[in-house]
Design a protein around this ligand. Structure first.
Ligand code: WT7
Length: 659
């Protein structure tokens, strides 16, 4: 396997990495996690998870930890009842911690807001009363299209409180992406804002909602938070300002307990086809694993830590490690609304210093961006409060890992490289700070309670030093419960590749080193990873061919020094389209913008090349491997399986003459 790793220099050099960093005795002595947890969990996995679940507040206890009789559809904590929002707010107030800060919110323009757990309980109660007054009832779906403001957290928790299933759509997605997600889930309401601050300017969000909702009859109400103060169009009877709806509500609300398997949220993620998958997560098992991993992987001490996860709430990292995990654990955290270089490139370090951040969880793409911006920036701020650093989203290259350790962690703070997916709901493979001797670039070991393997094509586990595919061979509490409305696709996508063994196929290549530690090698399917975001090649291809000048398109992820992968598109023009014009800067910009309109700015190709032909096998499958060679300026590989082996010459010579 690992066509991918074999072609990716950054990943190849990762495999020759041999440095290790054992935990300090001082850190180990105070760590939440212990080495015994691995043995305890191995001895009785279900008992281990039951112990973790007991850390939450249950209205009714479960009768069975795991029901796997309808595999691959799991039920965890069968018969148990709990309220997720109660666990994330009220419980901490009841325990006497109402005055503890839950959220230090920092707006991009420099405004800020401090929200204690008592405040959070009141705000969530108000919001829940408001949503109930709109006629929303348990089981209804609510779409959320908002940036990182406190109201986004209130909205998610109010949904959880009422048993409404939320579907957060990243605010960078287009109206078309929003429309298809609202439609797929048949959402009854959309919660949004007038506009968001991006790099010092207000970017309106409401117009995208107006466009989407014009074509989604399921939506009855649109609730709008005032943030950007930009002018908005208004549909009477449908639209309602947040402040008019929420502010006058009672701040008292009794939380009803919901079934452990009640649908908590749907989150759409890209697969290998054009249509995004609505990943379904439920309540009890999900919250158990989110809280457990957050406590142990980040060594959280709720009384003294200030935690900051820089992800956006629009992705699963924001769901599990800004909203559900940290709040279930009673953590104090920073939430930052804006971009890392607004108004200057040291904004993150300024925030770390301002709030005394102790745990900082971010993505390799951002670390590489910080490296580019310069070592002097973190050096100008007091970062001595930082004691645990985390990384997520893609394999972290050892250079970035070392830079993070040295310039942000002062060579002291342990780094946890956390592997997981939207589908897994929570962290699966990661070092445990205070326990694991870390290795730059390796996610290392499945967490206690989690089982994963690297297997070959036939599903046989490979030995030390061997490479293959990452599978999850035992069910876990936070696992997806399916794809919304499409049980067959759920089976096909995840459970058919290693169906004989009953393993979940993650879609990632991986290998073991000689110590048996796991190294992730990137996707083995047609999914790209751009700045830690999953984008399918097919999705971008369909966006391109929906443009009037494009007949056919092939998209590949090419290695990119900052974003991990960059999107490179090859397009064939429709007959009658003047080639010279279509190759011009203006036409190419228009095509790139077209993709942004169809999917969102994150899917904009880095590069578009107009070509006369695409390399295809005899069965008509596009050979992306060869296009990746072109995109990465490499000698083109083996062309013998092409239907027409001269195609690559044609492509290469055409591109040469353009230069
Ligand atoms: C894919 C999942 C998990 C939240 C963010 C992304 C890649 C994620 C790592 C890591 C190597 C990683 C995998 C995975 N990935 N974390 N620490 N090391 N690869 O969630 O959008 O569902 O993407 O991201 O390829 O399959 P997602």
């Amino acid at each position: 396997m690992t066509e991918q790793s074999g072609q990716n220099p950054a990943l190849d050099n990762l495999l020759s990495e041999s440095r290790t960093f054992p935990p300090s005795a001082e850190f180990a002595a105070q760590a939440n996690a212990t080495a015994e947890m691995y043995t305890t969990a191995d001895a009785d996995r279900e008992a281990f998870w039951a112990t973790q679940a007991e850390q939450l507040h249950w209205e009714t206890s479960w009768s069975k930890v795991l029901d796997w009789s309808e595999a691959p559809f799991a039920k965890w904590f069968v018969g148990g009842k709990l309220n997720v929002a109660y666990n994330c707010a009220d419980r901490h107030v009841a325990a006497g911690n109402g005055d503890r800060v839950a959220i230090h919110w920092e707006g991009e323009p420099g405004d800020s807001r401090t929200i204690t757990y008592a405040d959070l309980q009141r705000e969530v109660s108000r919001t829940a009363n408001a949503f109930a007054s709109l006629g929303l009832t348990k089981g209804d779906r609510v779409a959320i299209y908002m940036q990182m403001i406190p109201e986004t957290v209130f909205t998610m928790l109010a949904c959880a409180r009422l048993g409404l299933t939320h579907s957060v759509v990243f605010a960078g997605f287009s109206s078309e992406a929003l429309r298809s997600r609202i439609d797929d889930a048949q959402a009854k309401a959309v919660i949004t804002v007038d506009g968001q601050f991006r790099r010092g300017k207000v970017a309106p969000l409401k117009p995208a909602v107006d466009e989407a909702v014009a074509q989604t009859p399921s939506v009855e109400k649109v609730v709008v938070v005032k943030r950007g103060e930009n002018d908005v169009a208004w549909t009477e009877g449908r639209d309602i300002w947040w402040h008019d709806l929420v502010d006058h509500q009672s701040d008292q609300h009794t939380a009803e307990a919901h079934d452990a398997e009640h649908p908590l949220y749907i989150l759409y993620t890209s697969g290998t086809t054009g249509k995004p998958k609505g990943i379904l997560h439920t309540s009890g098992g999900y919250l158990t694993q989110a809280a457990y991993t957050h406590r142990n992987v980040f060594d959280l001490k709720p009384e003294s830590d200030v935690y900051w996860c820089t992800a956006d709430i629009g992705w699963v990292t924001g769901h599990s490690y800004i909203v559900y995990g940290p709040l279930a654990n009673g953590a104090t955290q920073v939430i930052y609304e804006g971009t890392p270089n607004s108004p200057h490139e040291a904004r993150h370090w300024e925030i770390v210093q301002k709030y005394g951040v102790t745990i900082y969880y971010t993505a390799p793409t951002l670390i590489r961006t910080f490296m580019k911006w310069g070592d002097h920036l973190p050096a100008e701020y007091d970062l001595s409060s930082l004691r645990v650093l985390g990384s997520v989203g893609e394999p972290i290259n050892p250079e970035a890992w070392m830079w993070f350790r040295e310039h942000v962690g002062r060579n002291q703070a342990p780094i946890v490289d956390t592997w997981w997916q939207t589908e897994t709901g929570a962290i699966m493979i990661s070092p445990l700070p205070g326990v694991t001797a870390t290795k730059p670039g390796s996610a290392q070991r499945p967490l206690p309670g989690i089982s994963a393997k690297v297997v070959d094509d036939t599903g046989e586990q490979v030995g030390p030093g061997g490479g293959g595919y990452l599978v999850l061979d035992k069910p876990w509490p936070g696992m997806l419960r399916g794809i919304w409305g499409d049980p067959e696709r759920y089976r096909d996508t995840y459970w058919s590749r290693f169906g004989a063994q009953g393993y979940y196929f993650a879609g990632d290549g991986a290998k073991y080193d000689e110590d048996g530690d796991v190294w992730l090698l990137g996707r083995v399917d047609d999914v790209m990873n751009v700045s830690g975001h999953r984008i399918s090649t097919t999705e971008v291809e369909s966006a391109l061919v929906s443009h009037p000048t494009v007949a056919e398109a092939a998209v590949v992820g090419a290695t990119d020094p900052t974003t991990g992968q960059g999107i490179v598109a090859f397009v064939i023009l429709r007959g009658g389209v003047a080639e010279d014009e279509a190759k011009g800067t203006e036409a190419i910009t228009a095509l790139r913008n077209h993709v942004a309109t169809e999917i969102g700015p994150i899917a904009k190709p880095r590069q578009i090349m107009v070509v006369p032909e695409l390399p295809k096998t005899r069965s008509g499958k596009i050979m992306r491997r060869l296009l990746r060679d072109v995109a990465e300026n490499r000698q083109v590989g083996d062309v013998t399986t092409l239907a027409d082996s001269s195609v690559m010459d044609l492509i290469s010579s055409g591109l040469q003459s353009d230069k």
